[in-house]
Write a protein that binds this ligand. Structure first.
Ligand code: SF4
Length: 473
């Protein structure tokens, strides 16, 4: 019975793979297949030749980019007998893809050191690396093999030099290394808050940190610019609408055109009625719309919504006191502490932004809160706990520092992301989340990447971290 099933499975799989492979056109295989072949370097090194005849050595193929831009980042290659160079690799099926996809005009591609194509077009003068003559097996067998190779999973031979000592270390030693690195990160963030506090005061330093965190990775700078202007704003109102009018007006995101009569229009008219009276006085502070990066931003993370939430916090007037109360009175599990913080930062529920992603988007059938558990964790780990800790340290309040550290080291883990995923694969040889049960362990991993990986190349040249891991008792 078992062997029948096994035979059935094997036959079915063979049929499935044959069908899939038959769909791969030999003159233009899908880009995804070329990327997998590149990532695993299923190429004969001696056959790698640029279209101008120069030999290329691939010292490291780079790390698969999951966030747009060139396909592989931080590759290390040598062309002819020249020095090794480091940069990005772009893979296109056809030579013309570089221009038709707009890569030649896109600044994200300016660090591209090698363009790889399936085969060079005869009419093109571009210098590219054709992949077809260098395959180490037939295209059909590579296509079958590639089905079981998820793009983004790091091949074993590309793991970091610290992978062996880290995976050989016991759980206690690993936790100690990650916690030590996480403490360094807490201190570094605390130091940055302290420095800003000496220039602008503790409250202002916190507001700037909160705004930056609400900008996510794409819009941190314009959010910081708005926060820097808070002390100059004459608003002392408890009305979220007034604050929204000010913040959205300063952001340059307020639409100039009023749409027809509907709820969106009502909200916009109310904002404009407040904003037009003060707009001229703030003309020089208004950000140009071009500073915002809106493409690629998830609708729930749109800056208009984040400014809507920040306006609610400002209107409450006592956010900082609430946060101080929260840290001195919370008891119970880390999860309860996180829930209590989420509740105190949550919007009050009647905001326009609960049911809209943008000014012009359709009203959502299911309105949702402006802040979820995952963003609360980011705010706690990156802003609130480091800020509270730095203030406690300035005041030499060791008891409070200890209390804050306890929360920091036990805080539930944050959402996963592509930086953490690559770091886990590079340092630990797998995407496993097992050693990363807390947000601090994730912070420790990010700190190691910042302290070591970014200062060397993808080959880990001269990185002292593996020796450190071996030496830790
Ligand atoms: S650069 Fe250092 S820390 Fe980063 S993966 Fe290589 S050995 Fe590990």
């Amino acid at each position: 019975m078992g062997s029948d099933l096994q035979f059935g499975y094997a036959a079915w799989r063979r049929q499935f793979l044959d069908d899939r492979v038959r769909e791969v056109p030999a003159d233009a295989p899908p880009e995804h297949l070329l990327q997998v072949i590149w990532q695993h370097q299923r190429l004969v090194p001696e056959k790698l030749k640029l279209s101008d005849g120069q030999c290329v050595q691939i010292l490291h193929p780079g790390f698969c980019s999951l966030e747009g831009g060139p396909d592989f980042r931080n590759a290390v290659i040598r062309i002819g007998k020249s020095e090794a160079i480091r940069g990005d690799i772009e893979i296109d099926v056809e030579t013309s893809g570089w221009r038709t996809h707009g890569h030649d005009r896109n600044p994200s591609f300016c660090n591209t050191i090698l363009r790889v194509v399936w085969q060079k077009q005869r009419t093109s003068e571009d210098v590219v690396l054709p992949m077809k003559p260098a395959l180490d097996s037939s295209l059909s067998s590579l296509a079958k093999w590639a089905i079981a190779q998820p793009l983004g999973d790091l091949p074993a031979k590309l793991r970091g030099a610290c992978c062996a000592p880290l995976t050989g270390a016991g759980a206690d030693k690993l936790a100690m290394v990650l916690n030590d690195a996480a403490h360094v990160r807490l201190e570094a963030k605390g130091d940055a808050f302290k420095l800003r506090a000496t220039q602008a005061g503790w409250d202002q330093a916190l507001w700037e940190g909160l705004f930056v965190a609400l900008g996510y990775k794409h819009n941190q700078w314009p959010m910081r610019r708005i926060a820097e202007q808070l002390p100059e704003l004459p608003v002392r109102s408890r009305s979220p609408l007034r604050w929204q009018a000010m913040l959205l007006g300063l952001s340059g995101l307020l639409p100039a055109e009023l749409p027809s009569e509907d709820r969106k229009s009502k909200y916009l008219r109310e904002l404009w009625q407040i904003w037009w009276r003060v707009r001229d006085a703030h003309q020089e502070r208004i950000l140009p719309g071009t500073v915002w990066r809106l493409s690629g931003v998830r609708p729930v993370n749109r800056p208009e919504r984040r400014l809507g939430l920040a306006a609610e916090w400002l209107a409450r007037g006592k956010l900082i006191e609430h946060i101080e109360d929260w840290i001195s009175t919370i008891h119970g599990s880390p999860r309860k502490a996180a829930q209590a913080l989420e509740a105190s930062l949550a919007d009050r529920g009647d905001s326009f932004w609960r049911s809209h992603f943008t000014f012009n988007s359709r009203e959502l059938s299911k309105p949702g809160p402006l802040l979820g558990a995952s963003r609360t964790t980011d705010l706690a780990i990156n802003v609130l706990l480091p800020w509270l800790w730095a203030r406690a340290r300035s005041g030499r309040n060791r008891g409070l520092m200890k209390r804050i550290e306890q929360h920091y080291f036990n805080w539930p883990k944050a959402a996963d992301n592509s930086v953490l995923k690559l770091a886990r694969q590079r340092l630990f040889g797998s995407g496993s989340l097992k050693p990363f049960k807390t947000a601090a362990s994730q912070q420790g991993l990010l700190q190691i990447v910042r302290d070591f990986c970014v200062h060397t190349d993808s080959l880990c040249t001269d990185c002292p971290f593996p020796d450190y891991v071996r030496a830790v008792q």
